[in-house]
Design a protein around this ligand. Structure first.
Ligand code: MG
Length: 249
């Protein structure tokens, strides 16, 4: 069941979104070569607590970090670690959410650390743009398939692989609510979008091949091809006036 949010709930969710977005700003501020992913995670944890919120991911399904930090060929769900150093030239996906007054925000951004390859730059650019193409379609009266298709239509001409096993989702009192929001689909199909719906749209795009595998730590998802992967996400409310991004700093 898709849970519609009241105006009052949406204003709380906007606060949760703002804190989540602020955590990504903080990530961009502190990320540097030589830093471990645990150090980065600790900085985000501190930031979220300082805003009177709690990290949505910590303990979720047993996840041991505040953020999912996934480097290069890691797609999602990278576990922050003292043993993992960020290097010059890496692309680093940071996926982080904050829970404020019982409601979640969820967002992700893939950072280029120092000078990265042309291939990486292009992948980041196209993946981020595909997110905004999808957000543009999150209009009341449209269907979810219109949003999903927008990502697919944007990235497929580049020859990139769309990750299909993992999808976006509704957001609210639960971090993951109905509906699923795939990054591929058929225009005009799926649930009708209505004011009060809140969805996390999150393209996960591989430079080559769509297949992914879960690592023995049972969390980290990597590309099978070994290619780079990018991930961008916003939490978006459907309003009578159109899509409203809640995860803005
Ligand atoms: Mg999400």
């Amino acid at each position: 069941m898709i849970i519609l949010k009241t105006a009052k709930e949406l204003s709380v969710m906007q606060e949760a979104g703002k804190i989540s977005a602020g955590a990504l700003v903080e990530a961009g501020r502190v990320i540097r070569p030589g830093m471990t992913t645990k150090e980065l995670d600790d900085a985000l944890h501190k930031y979220i607590l300082s805003k009177g919120a709690t990290p949505s991911f910590l303990g979720y399904g047993g996840f041991p970090g505040c953020a999912c930090i996934s480097i290069n060929d890691e797609v999602i769900h990278g576990i922050p670690s003292h043993d993992r150093k960020i290097k010059e030239g890496d692309i680093v996906s940071v996926d982080v959410g904050a829970c404020y007054k019982g409601y979640h925000g969820d967002n992700a951004y893939t950072f280029a650390v120092g000078e990265v390859s042309e291939e990486a730059k292009q992948l980041l650019k196209v993946t981020e743009e595909s997110l905004y193409a999808a957000i543009k379609m999150a209009q009341p009266g449209n269907r979810l398939g219109d949003v999903s298709h927008a990502v697919q239509a944007y990235v497929e001409p580049c020859g990139y692989g769309i990750v299909k096993q993992y999808v976006g989702h509704g957001v609210g009192r639960d971090l993951h609510e109905s509906p699923d929001v795939p990054n591929y689909g058929t225009p005009g199909r799926g649930p009708r979008l209505m004011p009060g719906m809140v969805i996390a749209i999150e393209p996960m795009i591989n430079a080559s091949g769509e297949d992914v595998k879960v690592m023995p730590n049972k969390w980290t998802v990597k590309t099978v091809s070994g290619s780079l992967s990018a991930h961008f996400e916003h939490t978006v409310a459907i309003t009578a006036d159109g899509p409203k991004i809640l995860t803005l700093a």
